[in-house]
Design a protein around this ligand. Structure first.
Ligand code: PLP
Length: 365
């Protein structure tokens, strides 16, 4: 077949300022390569990687303050989308079992800032997604969340590190809202989970009656893609998702995908062994300083900046300037409201940000 030769090398991270993924830690990359041909979806056959997944879950459970990391329920998902979908599925089924009338009419209440994966989950699972307006600082508006729940609410969602502005919802208050209607509480810390342990935010299993939580090693955790994480306070929450698997050596499976990448599992364990907690703390501090620096530089140039809470900077920017930066090779994105959005991931250095600001100055002159 004729056609252009595919590029031999993947894109470098030199100019990537829009991604929530990053360069994997070298140890994680090597581990992922070693386990490339293993399948934790078939734990009876692929025992080594299955044991490694238990270790991954234990490490992730420690990170998110699970009350009992050694026997926490969870697994390494393909990403935040699958983890969020499984949380919705678990809550829907629990609600159906309790009410004997699940299915139509069941709803999930989430702030408008919830990642679009919840829209996919609602569509696939046949539940109504009630999105609720935010307060003026881009967090879930508590009064609006109280007003949105009712007896048909199966799940209340809070985000700990929103995709657009890096905001943390008031998770303990969302827990009270969920309890008031006997719904589960899910925290989406897909991106924030590897940053929040080094802050004083309330977001984890220890801070609130969180039932399920998404935390993705392939984002700030510096593991290779695909490595998301789903954890549950009670094993029963995930056990309820299990289906029988007649042709495998093991008898049931609670994951959404069947065959899964052992690379994600091995990469997660390797990255966390190298980096938890000191390496992640250093990365979080460096990212936070970079975000503060960029926010100050943009403010000094007259841009209207959304003050960063986690290392994510948003700033209103005219279209022509945004387009000129993209033409200069920067991989940058916009918020839904059109602001420039820069995610200060571990690969984003001060030199990169200086070069961005220099380009902006050149565009102005
Ligand atoms: N949740 C949050 C808060 C996210 O920011 C993202 C992606 O950026 C996701 C979920 C979805 O994760 P994934 O793309 O790994 O499926």
């Amino acid at each position: 077949m004729q056609g252009p030769t595919p590029a031999a090398d993947p894109q470098s991270f030199d100019r990537v300022l829009s991604s929530m993924c990053t360069e994997p830690h070298p140890a994680a990359r090597a581990a992922a390569e070693r386990f490339l041909a293993t399948n934790p979806g078939d734990p009876g056959t692929y025992r080594t990687v299955a044991e490694l997944e238990d270790r991954a879950v234990e490490l992730l459970a420690s990170l998110v303050d699970h009350p009992s990391p050694a026997d926490a329920a969870g697994y390494v998902t393909s990403g935040g989308t699958e983890a969020n979908l499984q949380a919705v599925r678990a809550a829907r089924d629990r609600h159906a079992a309790a009410h004997r009338n699940g299915g139509p009419g069941v709803n999930v209440v989430a702030p408008e800032s919830a990642h679009f994966s919840f829209h996919k989950a609602a569509d696939v699972l046949g539940v109504a997604l009630r999105t609720v307006p935010l307060d003026e600082d881009h967090r879930a508006d508590i009064e609006a969340m109280w007003a949105a729940v009712d007896d048909a609410t199966a799940l209340v969602v809070g985000v700990a590190g929103t995709t657009e502005y890096g905001r943390v919802d008031p998770i303990p208050e969302l827990g009270r809202i969920a309890s008031s209607v006997n719904a589960l509480l899910h925290v989406d810390a897909a991106w924030g989970g590897f940053l929040l342990p080094f802050t004083d935010h309330d977001w984890s299993f220890a801070d609130a009656p969180v039932d399920t939580l998404t935390v993705d090693p392939h984002k700030f955790g510096q593991a290779p893609v695909p490595a998301g994480g789903l954890l549950a306070r009670e094993s029963a929450t995930l056990d309820a998702l299990a289906v029988e698997t007649p042709y495998l050596e093991t008898r049931s499976q609670a994951t959404l995908t069947g065959t899964r990448s052992g690379a994600g599992v091995a990469g997660t364990v390797a990255a966390m062994k190298e980096l938890w907690p000191d390496g992640y703390r250093e990365a979080a501090e460096r990212a936070g300083e970079n975000a503060e620096w960029l926010a100050a530089e943009l403010s000094a140039r007259g841009y209207d900046v959304v003050e960063p809470e986690l290392p994510l900077v948003a700033a209103a920017m005219p279209n022509e300037e945004f387009d000129a930066l993209r033409k200069a090779g920067w991989r940058i994105s916009r918020t839904g409201a059109g602001e420039l959005r820069i995610v200060c991931m571990p690969h984003v250095t001060r030199e990169m940000l200086r070069a961005l600001v220099d380009d902006l100055d050149r565009i102005h002159t």
